[in-house]
Design a protein around this ligand. Structure first.
Ligand SMILES: [Zn+2]
Ligand SMILES: [Zn+2]
Length: 319
């Protein structure tokens, strides 16, 4: 018996990617009966679904379970704590949905595992050859160097609360920075969650209510939206930094009023996307979630079938 073609059982519907023989959606963008979720970012995990399957709360990496007629397994995606690729097996056909992923080591989450498959559905947030992320240690050194140049200014680093904040904390410690690090209130709960999973970030202090004098020369992490608001204006001469793959684009840095752009991304860059397409050895690639065209062309150069998977409601700014 020949295995079914992927498009005969995995379809794009208005609610998102639907796995027909399993009766569930992956990262649906609206309420559905059954959902399998790759990770906790808002563009993937929306509230209100009836039955939800994800890591952290429900299944462990590597456990296989059956939903309808489909075997489902979650394997690490290396994006943020708990992020998963979804491996689907049905009648001899294997499909892997990457969710968001990256390939470089991240001390705060399990590394991406390439899984051989018949169809690989990949994200493409940074799917253009201009996106090549520098080594993250290099970016952290830029921050530490700036701090030594401006010892009286607070270094206010914009970073998303789930993943990026904790990665920057871990990288700072890895580069030998051992002073207390200050956190905006929005980062506290998520960072505590990471600590419950055994991560150690050294001494952290809530920034709230600290005298100006205490914050001089310190590093303070805040959500990207908070770096330009009234709260930030009360800090001692803040120097605004931002940790994001988009900081590769000068226009974006300018738009956010960022003085010190740090190119630190939780998404695969161009080279990692290409490397991954080859490693999973899938003859067919569907591309979603970003810059589809260039990656499709690259897949075709590798001799693969490739197409854009146009999902509604997918937009990424937690890059
Ligand atoms: Zn994400
Ligand atoms: Zn995303």
């Amino acid at each position: 018996m020949t295995a079914p073609r992927p498009e005969s059982w995995i379809r794009v519907t208005p609610a998102g990617l639907h796995v027909e023989p399993g009766g569930f959606h992956i990262d649906p963008n609206r309420m559905v009966e059954r959902a399998v979720i790759t990770h906790g970012h808002a563009d993937h995990a929306r509230p209100g679904n009836f039955h939800v399957l994800a890591t952290l709360q429900a299944v462990r990496y590597g456990e296989t379970l059956r939903i309808g007629e489909v075997e489902v397994r979650l394997v690490p995606a290396g994006h943020v704590l708990g992020s998963a690729q979804i491996v689907l097996d049905w009648r001899g056909c294997r499909v892997v949905v990457s969710g968001d992923y990256k390939r470089r080591p991240d001390p705060t989450c399990a590394p991406f595992e390439p899984v051989r498959c018949d169809l690989f559905i990949t994200e493409a947030t940074f799917g253009l050859p201009v996106f090549r992320h520098p080594p993250d240690g290099h970016e952290i050194d830029k921050l530490l160097h700036s701090r030594s140049l401006f010892p009286e200014r607070v270094h206010l680093v914009g970073a998303y609360s789930l993943g990026k904040c904790q990665r920057v904390l871990a990288l700072l410690r890895r580069q030998g920075y051992d002073a207390p690090i200050y956190l905006h209130g929005a980062h506290l709960a998520m960072t505590e969650l990471y600590q419950r999973f055994g991560l150690d970030f050294g001494e952290l202090r809530p920034a709230l209510g600290r005298p100006k004098k205490e914050l001089e020369g310190q590093i303070l992490l805040a959500p990207p939206g908070a770096t330009g608001d009234g709260w930030a204006a009360k800090l001692p001469d803040p120097l605004v930094a931002m940790a994001s793959g988009w900081m590769r684009v000068k226009q974006r840095a300018k738009q956010f009023g960022v003085e010190l752009p740090l190119v630190i991304s939780d998404h695969a860059d161009w080279d990692e996307l290409c490397q991954t397409m080859r490693e999973v050895e899938a003859p067919e690639i569907w591309v979603t979630h970003g810059n589809e065209e260039a990656l499709i062309r690259q897949a075709e150069l590798y001799g693969l079938r490739a197409r854009a998977l146009s999902l509604v409601g997918f937009e990424d700014d937690e890059a």
